[in-house]
Design a protein around this ligand. Structure first.
Ligand code: SAH
Ligand code: DHB
Ligand code: MG
Length: 225
């Protein structure tokens, strides 16, 4: 990627985010705690967190499923956007990430609205399904990318008509167009998009993004039945 573009995208992202999605003490402290604990800096950018918060508000979402917690940065944006009796169930494989997230979510004052489940996401999704968990209104898929199609299948089992499903990182510097890619993350993104495009219960689109993380994008689907 031309680095001059990344620099401009980063500057514009900071300009817009400082105006429209400014960090408060808890969000700033979370990013600092993640850095200190050496978590990868792959949290959603602030403007995307704010976009989720707006979607959650306009859809009247109360129950959120997140696949891939990391340090709970996206979780915080989402948990703040639901009513006090709402819930974010967030799934994380790495115990260290979960520990950092728990501290960040506690500091942000939203831990009471968050149910953080440790383990491979597929196992947690199976357990949610088996326990007849109440369906989710909003689902954010942001864990390993190779499993994206599988996560979409499970999301559908845990959804209702009108549920919003978002998958992060489906563009990946444009690599998504390489049908022959040997990268399992790219094949995961392509599988997700193909499934979303053809599934009888889904209507979907995808939005490219440029920001401080470079060129990427997210898929956005609504469950239609
Ligand atoms: N949503 C976060 C970023 C998530 S990064 C935010 O925007 O703030 C992706 C996370 O998914 C990492 O913490 C990683 O440990 C986790 N992950 C990877 N594979 C997983 C799996 N199989 N099950 C659950 N979590 C997984
Ligand atoms: C990666 C994962 C993410 O969720 C993200 O937003 C950016 C990068 C990664 O695994 O490289
Ligand atoms: Mg992501």
């Amino acid at each position: 990627m031309p680095s001059s573009n990344l620099k401009l995208w980063t500057q514009v992202d900071h300009y817009l985010a400082d105006l429209l999605a400014p960090a408060d003490d808890a969000l700033t402290a979370a990013i600092e705690a993640n850095h200190k604990a050496k978590l990868p800096a792959i949290d959603v950018p602030p403007l995307l967190g704010k976009f989720f918060a707006l979607l959650i508000q306009i859809s009247g979402t109360k129950r959120i499923l997140e696949i891939g917690t990391l340090g709970g940065y996206s979780t915080t944006w989402m948990a703040r956007a639901i009513p006090a009796d709402g819930k974010v169930v967030t799934l994380e494989l790495d115990p260290k990430h979960a520990e950092v997230a728990r501290a960040n979510l506690t500091r942000a004052g939203v831990i009471g609205r968050v149910d953080l489940r440790l383990g491979p996401a597929i196992e947690s999704l199976k357990a949610l399904h088996k326990s007849h968990a109440e369906p989710f209104d909003f689902i954010f898929i942001d864990a390993d990318k190779k499993s994206l199609p599988e996560y979409l299948d499970w999301s559908l089992k845990l959804a209702h008509k009108g549920t919003i499903i978002i998958a992060d990182n489906v563009v990946r510097d444009g690599k998504v167009i390489d049908a022959k890619s040997s990268d399992e993350n790219i094949q995961g993104a392509r599988g997700f998009l193909e499934l979303a495009a053809s599934h009888p219960r889904l209507s979907a689109t995808a939005i490219q993004t440029v920001d401080r993380k470079g060129h990427d994008g997210f898929a956005f689907a609504v469950v239609t039945s």
